[in-house]
Design a protein around this ligand. Sequence first.
Ligand code: HEM
Length: 472
Amino acid sequence: TKIRKPKTAKPIPGPEPWPLIGSLHLLGKYETPFEGFTALSKIYGDIFSITMGSTPCVVVNNFDLIKEVLITKGGDFGGRPDFMRFHKLFGGDRNNSLALCDWSVLQKTRRSIARTYCSPRFTSLQYATVNTVGANELDAFMTEMQKLPLNTPVDIKPVVLAACANMFLQYMCSTSFPYDDQQFKKVVRDFDEIFWEINQGYAVDFLPWLLPMYSKHMSKLSQWAADIREFILARIVQDHVNTLDYHAPPRDFTDALLIHLRDDPNMEWNHIIFELEDFIGGHSAIGNLVMMILASVVKYPEVAKKIQEEVDEVTRGQRYVNLFDKAAMPYTEAVLWETLRKGSSPIVPHVASTDTEIEGYPIKRGTMIFLNNYELNLSPQYWDEPEKFKPERFLSPAGNVVKPAHFIPFSTGKRTCIGQRLVQCFSFIIVSTLLQNYNITPGSEIKIKPGCVAVPPDCFKVILIPRNLKSN
Ligand code: HEM
């Protein structure tokens, strides 16, 4: 066997840690820790070490280093952090979650099943199913939207989230729920609370001795997750078990998981519920992204106008958009990319699963790696006028969507986001349909946190003004 020998034993530069808190105090003054990482990279360089609490961490700040961690040495950096919050969300063990577990053979199998269903290719049968599901739900969604009062501030997030949840449930579980089903409404809210939580950084992640102060918070997380799993079991999976035909092709993701349970001795009943919790939960990410897109759309009316021009041209005001219209609506797609760039959601930290190296620097097993995509998304080194919201930057002179290689909002490599195609599909049809039918203006102050694609569960309101049909 080949013994890895680091090219150099020089230590990685970085701030000297304080006892107990390490260098956490250096990040406190920034709105997002990633802003702090960028500032520290100006002092210590594109790769630096930082101790968070007592956890040794390394931050990598340029595209070449990020590629080295995620792709070239992806196998060495397949682990995830051991945050207490992650355990609380998945029945006490984060390895129950596909997104938060360490890399393993079980994870590899689960990932490959999930990819078949949750990452549909443009020409696949699944893509056609996603399209049908989206079209069905758009009808229900717009019926619900029409119940909201016009020309006055309204909170549309719960309706948007319910639509996303139903799209996911139809696609992954062949079921959906009425928008006024109280249990469904509660579960959609619970998922959203969790999504907001998981997007926050907490000192307690690195300072376990703070846990007693967070005990109420942690039990809230466990409770939301437990309520969700109860709902999934009682109102979704039970029916599937009763109607599953093991000799027929799987109807959906849930069937595929149940068949896998029968065939793989490593798979346990719990894994199915946890995996559905993980994946159905993806709908909150999309609902929040839709709200982020709307935040920009209402701030920049010229952006809304251009989306409306595209949607009107494609549909001639006669129908809703569908996924096969996407190719003819590059500006609308560019708005999604620009929102993801500016929102700059952090990449979940990776952890070295073995002693290894980055750029010749030795890295010890267990070191946590932060990939500073905040820097990739917002630095003048990579973008022209990075502070401006300019969807055009993603369009070629011929009007096609182009994304620079260093733009990786869904990360890259073996742990890249599995839901990215569903994100593109469902956010596209929801935003287009809303703007096809309404002019939308702010209904309350809109505050967006940097380095975050989540908006709080109770977020900003908007004013819906029905569009003059003649302009359609
Ligand atoms: C705005 C929407 C979303 C963004 C910006 C996003 C971004 C990301 C990022 C940056 C990662 C980390 C990859 C890494 O660690 O290298 C990730 C992982 C993941 N995402 Fe997403 N995601 C979104 C929506 C979704 C949705 C809708 C689903 C489910 C259908 C999903 C499923 C996953 C899973 C399962 C992983 C973990 C993969 C693994 O660890 O092996 N994501 N996502």
